[in-house]
Design a protein. Structure first.
Length: 271
């Protein structure tokens, strides 16, 4: 469950550090939209060897999103100097004491110790990486967001009416070049209802109810990569509501603002 957007003076100042060798440029829009849910991206830096062609996709987005590229030459073949540069910068930023948290964008397990060290200093650490990211790095973060969830869905290609749905040919009669494959979609997973039920049981009041916000926080504490979007639901409330055989969802009014609060509990067994 994603945290609610920060507002006013409570906004956290975050340092966003991107490992260009282990992150794709097609996530950039979704990445910063997700970061905005947690606070302000006060620092945005990306690390890699910009003298080579392999980072061409990122070069087009740096100015648009005001990301500062940090050049790191590959001095020795087989050694990842980019990781070292990112880690050194992270520690330098940590000791300025100007930040409330760090966003580490990489699928590389080499940042596991960095995440743990930042948390030891009381920093919130939000990781971003592919679903193949090694578990030690995922669990070293306070929260981990899979980047497959951040990619915009490609627009469907409408077949030409004149072609009757067939692929149109070029002027010289040769077939067009195949379209570039769309980025991999997130692997939809089965909802962990037993895990959710256990967390509800452990955090509920004497009537079995728990506030949905508190439930989401506790789910993320126990599993940093817990995200309702992985199970096909935009919000935790949608996931809970869909599991009618296991959970109840209750809407309550709030006296202060007149808004509504959501509470969940496990379904009581039929008598």
């Amino acid at each position: 469950m994603a945290s609610k957007p920060s507002t006013g003076k409570s906004q956290k100042h975050l340092a966003v550090l991107i490992d260009a060798d282990n992150a794709s440029a097609d996530i950039v829009e979704g990445l910063f939209e997700e970061v905005a849910k947690y606070g302000i991206a006060s620092v945005k830096r990306i690390y890699g060897d910009w003298t080579g062609p392999q980072l061409g996709g990122w070069k087009k987005t740096l100015l648009e999103y005001s990301i500062q590229p940090i050049q790191q030459f590959a001095y020795t073949s087989g050694k990842n100097a980019t990781d070292s540069a990112l880690i050194i910068d992270a520690m330098d930023l940590l000791y300025t004491r100007r930040f409330d948290g760090f966003c580490l964008v990489s699928s590389d397990s080499d940042f596991t110790r960095l995440a743990a060290r930042l948390r030891e200093e009381g920093q919130e650490v939000i990781g971003f990486g592919q679903q193949k990211t090694p578990k030690p790095f995922v669990t070293a973060c306070d929260r981990f967001v899979y980047t497959e969830l951040l990619r915009a869905e490609p627009a469907p290609v409408e077949p030409s009416p004149a072609s009757g749905g067939a692929s149109p040919a070029t002027a010289n009669g040769t077939p067009p070049k195949p379209a570039v494959p769309a980025p991999a979609a997130p692997v939809k997973q089965k909802a962990p209802v037993d895990f959710i039920a256990k967390v509800i049981e452990d955090n509920s009041d004497e009537d079995g109810w728990v506030h949905l916000g508190a439930l989401g926080q506790n789910l993320s504490k126990l599993r940093p990569d817990f995200d309702s979007r992985l199970y096909g639901y935009a919000k935790l409330s949608g996931l809970i509501k869909a599991q009618t055989s296991r959970f109840e969802l209750q809407e309550r009014g709030t006296t202060a603002t007149g808004g509504k609060s959501l509470y969940a509990r496990n379904q009581k067994p039929a008598k």
